[in-house]
Design a protein around this ligand. Structure first.
Ligand code: TXA
Ligand code: MG
Length: 329
């Protein structure tokens, strides 16, 4: 089928995107993390459409995206000096901050919470889109609920095809995993979802940063981190690194039956797999983040994807590990 939904980011196409957004249609756009499925955050109808098309549970709130000149005080209460310091250091960038809401955007964005998550992406295409539409944009990752997050316009098209109005194509996302979600409503910042901006980086700027404990009240307020997620549409199997022989035996069994198989593993493991098909995640957290979702999508053309667990060596790798494990269920 010819893909008639994917558009280069030109001034003319941005005008078309604006018209769609202002008539409650959905427009997917690139960011530095993953593609977003954008809707007018001021419109209940547009937000309802996001939940419906994505198949998203109704208790999982959405992040509102704004361009870098937007005054966030229009949408939220911002009384924490440390939050200002963090914005000045990390924004625009892959950091989403959760503030007390002024209830200006559709209440459906927050799912009944008193807070609102705001993100200022740094990707140039995202900035041009947000500037062009002129309204705050609620956007979850542009994948069907539970499926792997998209890092190319083609990935978005595979999930939504003709169901959405438009896909703005900004090439492959360089960051690769979703933004860090940081609660800034309390005395110190609390990480609700790990990402490319780490606790260490935040501490360096404002002295303190915590992770929300599993089962904590704060964590319960970020339900997105609870569901099964990121699953590729193919069979999967997961092995410990010290059970590599068993993993190889499973691979060889598939091949001997005339089926296809591939591995997903860090470089140190890949070198031990000789000529077998593999996706090499690399060595550092940043490298792995940039590759993980792309490879999970690529692996869908194989009959089975065999993942080999790894031990996180830096904080970004912790965020990658979290998604890697969820992808394998
Ligand atoms: O990098 C990203 O953040 C991407 C791009 C498109 O910006 N977006 C993204 O959205 O990952 P989504 O919907 O897939 O994940 C949003 C996460 C969920 O875990 C959700 O629970 C949490 O943010 N969240 C949203 N609003 C919240 C709020 N008011 N309080 C706590 N958590 C919130
Ligand atoms: Mg998502």
């Amino acid at each position: 089928m010819e893909n008639v939904k994917t558009f280069k980011i030109t001034d003319n196409n941005l005008k078309i995107a604006r018209d769609y957004i202002l008539s409650d249609r959905l427009v997917a756009f690139p960011t530095e993390t993953v593609y977003g499925l954008g809707a007018n955050a001021l419109s209940d109808d547009a937000i309802r459409e996001v939940y419906k098309v994505k198949g998203r549970p109704l208790d999982n709130p959405l992040i509102v995206h704004v361009d870098k000149e937007y005054e966030i005080e229009k949408l939220v209460y911002d009384d924490k000096p440390y939050a200002k310091a963090l914005r000045e250091t990390f924004l625009p960038g892959p950091l989403t901050m959760v503030y007390p809401s002024k209830n200006v955007v559709s209440s459906l964005c927050s799912c009944g919470l008193e807070t609102l998550a705001i993100r200022v992406p740094q990707n140039e295409g995202a900035q041009r889109f947000l500037k062009a539409v002129g309204v705050p944009i609620a956007a979850p990752s542009a994948n069907k609920s539970k499926h792997t997050s998209p890092v190319t316009a083609e990935h978005v098209y595979e999930d939504f095809g003709e169901e959405i109005a438009m896909i703005l194509d900004g090439g492959r996302c360089e960051g690769g995993i979703e933004s860090t979600v940081l609660d800034v409503t309390g005395d110190i910042p609390v990480i609700l979802r790990k990402g490319l901006i780490t606790a260490e980086m935040i501490k360096e700027v404002v002295g303190a940063c915590e992770y929300a404990a599993e089962n904590s009240e704060l964590k319960a307020r970020s339900p997105g981190t609870r569901y099964r997620h990121y699953c590729p549409k193919t069979q999967t199997a997961l092995f410990e690194e010290n059970a590599l022989e068993d993993a190889v035996a499973l691979y060889d069994k598939y091949i001997s039956e005339g089926k296809s198989a591939c591995f997903l593993a860090v470089s140190d493991v890949c070198v031990r797999l000789s000529e077998r098909e593999k996706f090499d995640l690399g060595k550092s957290g940043a490298e792995m983040a940039a590759r993980l979702y792309y490879y999970l999508h690529e692996a869908e053309r194989f009959d089975i994807l065999i993942g080999i667990k790894f031990t996180p060596k830096d904080e970004i790798m912790l965020g990658v590990e979290n998604r890697f494990l969820k992808a394998f269920g």
